[in-house]
Design a protein around this ligand. Structure first.
Ligand code: SF4
Length: 401
């Protein structure tokens, strides 16, 4: 399946103003994509460009603002540059002969997000990297510095090779969604309600991804609407190996599908693939202790018009209010944009299936929330919990994490 830009591996390029980040990217990509100027602070917003790396495929390079930007808008730009850490699988840290606090801070951030990094001395064509500095950095960080010269094609080859060696394979290797749950010729019954909230003339991405994944596992798809489920179970496949339903139909589907048949939801299998499945399972019972006035954050990963808008912004909040019988406030945030208020204002965070984000992006997005011990859950897991089928929908994953 062709990946959208959102789910390709992301590489952030960081460094001080005028350290040569944009030139480095231009050299890697082979075209002029960032404004390159000797004047500090030229790169304001992050610029993204896709390049192809042999053995990995397409990756997205993100050029960020200088992290020592002291201009009027500097603080905001620097904040934005640091926010990029929540989106990336690898950091390229560009520096000159003044390696110091700024670079150390970037490396600390890499460690916090468990993001590998490459240290690049960017101006070796102008002046060689000081020997003492090279030795100190390499010893301190146990890293070999890449010395990059924009005039040398060998530099580009070396850096590309280093990126290939450093970027984690999990960032670019396709993961099968249903690994461990089905085998060749397993019959998977997919239940996809087509109601007024379904997009016109097509299926939503999680459904498409699951259909493809079943085929990739050499298994068999049977796709029905919930109104056809009983007929299908009676006349077409009385004993499917697995039933996956849209979360909204969980209640009805679980009443129709025999207890012995494994049943879960699109959201839950995607939550297992990406995000923080164990944290979701641990955090979901928070629904039972919510109080009047508590605020809940709904995180959706579609960057523009969320395909699941109706669920995250209308249906799920209403179902949670009905379930808890509490007066609750909900905020919804789309994409990887910043939060409307401090994370500590929220009693609970509920994440969508995240089909439009990379695994690392979802994990990095959730990290600051987990660090603050705020319970997190996932749309499908919440719905299963409120319908009393939490155990049934998640137990098949106990030994398959
Ligand atoms: S990223 Fe989230 S909101 Fe968007 S389609 Fe996927 S599950 Fe739905």
């Amino acid at each position: 399946m062709n990946k959208g830009r959102e789910t390709k591996p992301h590489i952030g390029v960081f460094g001080r103003c005028n350290v040569g980040k944009s030139t480095l990217i231009n050299k890697l990509v082979g075209q002029e994509i960032s404004i390159v100027s000797k004047q500090a602070g030229t790169t304001t917003d992050s610029v993204k460009k896709t390049m192809e790396i042999k053995g990995i495929g397409a990756v997205v390079l993100i050029d960020t603002a200088g992290i020592d930007d002291k201009s009027m808008l500097g603080e905001k730009r620097v904040e934005k540059a640091y926010q990029i850490f929540s989106q990336i699988d690898l950091a390229l840290i560009a520096f000159n002969n003044d390696f110091g606090d700024e670079e150390n801070k970037l490396i600390e951030e890499c460690k916090r997000f468990d993001t590998p990094y490459v240290l690049i001395y960017t101006k070796s064509d102008l002046s060689p990297l000081r020997k003492d500095l090279k030795e100190t950095i390499e010893k301190t960080y146990n890293q070999i510095i890449i010395e990059f010269s924009q005039d040398s094609s060998e530099s580009k080859i070396n850096l590309t090779q280093k990126i290939r060696e450093t970027i984690p394979p999990t960032a670019y290797q396709e993961k099968r969604i249903l690994t461990g749950l089905i085998k060749e010729n397993s019959v998977v019954l997919l239940v996809t309600p087509i109601d007024s909230s379904a997009p016109e003339g097509r299926m939503i991405l999680p459904q498409v991804q699951l259909i493809r994944d079943v085929l990739d596992n050499n298994a068999i798809n049977i796709v029905v609407k919930e109104t056809q489920l009983e007929y299908a179970l009676k006349n077409i496949c009385p004993n499917p190996d697995l039933v996956i339903t849209d979360s909204q139909a969980f209640d009805y589907v679980s009443s129709v599908v025999d207890e012995k048949i494994p049943l879960t939801s699109f959201s839950i299998v995607l939550a297992r693939l990406k995000g923080a499945f164990d944290e979701y399972v641990k955090g979901t019972p928070k629904l039972d202790t919510l109080k009047d006035g508590d605020r809940i954050l709904m995180l959706e990963t579609c960057s523009h018009q969320p395909t699941c808008e109706d669920i995250g912004r209308v249906k799920l909040p209403q179902w949670i209010r009905n379930y808890t019988k509490k007066s609750l406030e909900f905020d919804a945030v789309a994409g990887l944009s910043s939060l409307p208020r401090p994370i500590t204002d929220y009693a609970m965070v509920i994440q969508c299936g995240g089909c439009m984000a990379t695994e690392k992006q979802l994990q990095s997005r959730l990290l600051p929330i987990i660090e603050k011990n705020i319970p997190i859950s996932n749309y499908g897991i919440c719905i299963a919990y409120m319908n009393g089928i939490f155990q049934r929908a998640t137990k098949m994953f106990d030994k398959k994490q």
